[in-house]
Design a protein around this ligand. Structure first.
Ligand code: S3P
Length: 171
């Protein structure tokens, strides 16, 4: 019996939030919403273009607006956040107020960095390894506030992680 829970997936860039969310949604026979994709679709610009043109704090304002809209959607069941979304106080408050369950996908920096380095996604806040590592360290305390933690190992597949989430969070 699958519970009616609704989840947001958080974690550092490159940890695999989007692909785990896709598998979770597939297993639950539901849709997933990806916050970056929604924002890029709505703004008709990439996240990188927004951050490069207007800076991070303007991007965070836009991101919070899209988060609010996503949380208002009656069909929302699985939402993958951007890596910084959960670290902003107002966003965590909105998510808590919406009654969603938060899930942190936790991994090592090196694991995330490998995925970042091999990905085609342009991540303005992770163009430099040292800067990305500092962000990673600063953010751990926020991610640790999530309701659930799942540790992603180098040999975990996103499908296996999704199965664990469905079995444990939705049971
Ligand atoms: C960011 C993560 C990115 C994207 C933006 C900022 C961050 O999403 O939202 O580049 O601050 O960690 P991913 O975590 O999907 O890469």
């Amino acid at each position: 019996m699958v519970s009616e829970r609704r989840i947001v997936l958080t974690g550092f860039m490159g940890v695999g939030k989007s692909s785990v969310a896709r598998h979770v949604a597939h297993l639950l026979k539901t849709k997933r919403i990806d916050l970056d994709q929604e924002l890029e679709h709505g703004e008709r610009r990439t996240v990188a273009e927004i951050i490069d043109a207007e800076g991070e704090s303007a991007f965070r304002e836009i991101e919070s607006n899209y988060l609010r809209r996503a949380l208002d959607r009656p069909d929302l069941r699985v939402l993958s956040l951007g890596g910084g979304t959960w670290t902003v106080d107002r966003n965590r408050e909105m998510i808590k107020a919406s009654g969603m369950t938060s899930v942190w996908l936790e991994s090592t920096f090196e694991h995330c960095w490998l995925n970042i380095a091999f990905s085609r996604k342009d991540r303005p806040l992770a163009r430099d390894k040292q800067r990305a590592f500092e962000l990673f360290q600063q953010r751990q305390k926020y991610y640790a506030l999530a309701d659930w933690h799942f540790v992603i190992r180098a040999d975990s597949t996103s499908f296996d992680v999704a199965k664990q989430i469905v079995e444990q969070v939705f049971s």
